[in-house]
Design a binder for this molecule. Structure first.
Ligand code: GLC
Length: 414
């Protein structure tokens, strides 16, 4: 028999365990967000700082797959189910028209007024607007560029290439496969391939859609561009390039196993880290173009929006506001190499110390070109991914790939 006092004490312990103590429900609102793999620990550090500043809120990070299109599908599936799985939407620039047109994300005009936007890069802001409203606060700017091994070029007294012919000639002269290949780029069938392809396409004077929305992909310029790109694997690029995303390229270039690399600016910071085999031996230039044409960079970039199904839009906003401040963008930059979106950081002494190339980078970012801005961009991209990839692996001739892709894009946009 338990005495009255023991019984009362036991009930107290059980009750405390149930309502308050460890292993019990934390009453704080949880802000959930889905990102790619947090390899540099940038998101975890921002979340740690945010939770320290706001002990009344909790952030749950879901680290998803690296490919942007796979994460887009995960967000889209959750929105269609209206399951409220994510509060903060960590968004690629290309998702904005689709998510906004579907009503899946909240307009942020009241929270993020024009005065606040003035410190951000203009391309990142315009990529966050759909029709007349803004849906995203930019936090990482991106534009594609060509990395080169400065030491190898200097040793031969060569200057970085400007045209596709110069690139091919230098790559051939300086490669020694399989130890060192001429060029690596994102050749896997996914969004990154479209970014790399568009830079070549624009650099040959071609385009996918014109200003009036007409599909102009089936042009001789496009065929020549794809012929050039599809001619790279096994000659100047490793056979495995058709399976590479950004990180495979970065690792190979950083290991000293490629003379040139097409990639985003984040790779610079990582390649220059202490212990990197190519530290102090690299340079960047705009992507090459066909003779008589001009270089083009694909505009990329990431930012935060709020899910229309979030139960805590106010808390989600608090996190977004915090994470996109200059101080947090700096932390994120040093952890991951990501390029900030605030103009003021391109003059920041701490950043310029490790990244003196930021001044030139700024110019590249200002000139970067958006991918077709359309609510059905993911359809357009999917068609491009399949056809460009088929040409790369030799399943379709470049000419047939371009013709078929143009026809399918026309149908998709009808
Ligand atoms: C980068 C860019 C993004 C692009 C992706 C493709 O993350 O910022 O815009 O879609 O690469 O892999």
């Amino acid at each position: 028999m338990l005495t009255k006092a023991v019984r009362a004490a036991l009930i107290g312990v059980v009750a405390a365990g149930f309502f308050g103590g460890c292993g019990t429900k934390d009453a704080r609102p949880v802000i959930r967000l889905l990102t790619g793999p947090d390899s540099g620990g940038g998101f975890k550090e921002i979340i740690r700082q945010f939770e320290a500043a706001r002990p009344d809120l909790r952030v749950e990070l879901v680290e998803g797959p690296a490919a942007t299109n796979t994460r887009e599908d995960m967000y889209a599936a959750s929105f269609m189910a209206q399951d409220g799985a994510y509060d903060v939407v960590f968004m690629d620039v290309i998702w904005v028209p689709k998510f906004a047109a579907a009503g899946w994300i909240l307009p942020l005009d009241d929270r993020f007024p024009a005065e606040e936007r003035a410190d951000f890069l203009p391309g990142d802001i315009s990529g966050s607007i759909y029709q007349t409203k803004i849906y995203r606060v930019p936090m990482q700017s991106d534009a594609g560029m060509l990395y080169y091994r400065k030491d190898l070029l200097d040793a031969e007294k060569r200057v970085p290439p400007r045209t596709v012919e110069e690139l091919a000639e230098l790559a051939r002269a300086l490669q020694s496969p399989p130890d060192r290949w001429g060029l690596v780029f994102q050749g896997q069938q996914y969004e990154g391939l479209v970014c790399a392809f568009l830079e070549v396409l624009w650099g040959f004077g071609g385009d996918v859609i014109d200003a009036e929305g007409r599909v102009t992909l089936d042009s001789p310029e496009s065929v020549r561009a794809l012929e050039w790109l599809a001619g790279l694997p096994t000659r100047l690029a490793p056979p495995g390039v058709t399976t590479y995303q950004e990180e495979e390229c970065r690792q190979m270039f950083q290991d000293g196993r490629a003379v040139f690399m097409r990639n985003w600016p984040y790779a610079w910071t990582l390649c220059q880290k202490e212990g990197s085999p190519v530290r102090g031996k690299i340079g960047i230039v705009p992507m090459v173009h066909a003779a008589g044409k001009t270089s083009a960079a694909t505009l990329g970039g990431w930012g935060y929006g709020i899910s229309a199904y979030s139960k805590h839009p106010g808390a989600a906003w608090s996190f977004i506001e915090f994470a996109t401040q200059a101080a947090q963008q700096k932390v994120f930059h040093f952890r991951t190499g990501a390029i900030p979106t605030r103009k003021s950081l391109f003059d920041d002494a701490d950043i310029l110390k490790g990244s003196p190339h930021f001044k030139e980078l700024y110019t590249v970012l200002l000139a970067a070109r958006p991918r077709p801005v359309h609510p059905r961009y993911s359809r357009i991209s999917d068609i491009l991914q399949r056809h460009v990839s088929a040409a790369l692996v030799g399943q379709l001739t470049p000419e047939k790939a371009i013709q078929d892709a143009a026809e399918k894009i026309r149908q998709a946009l009808q």
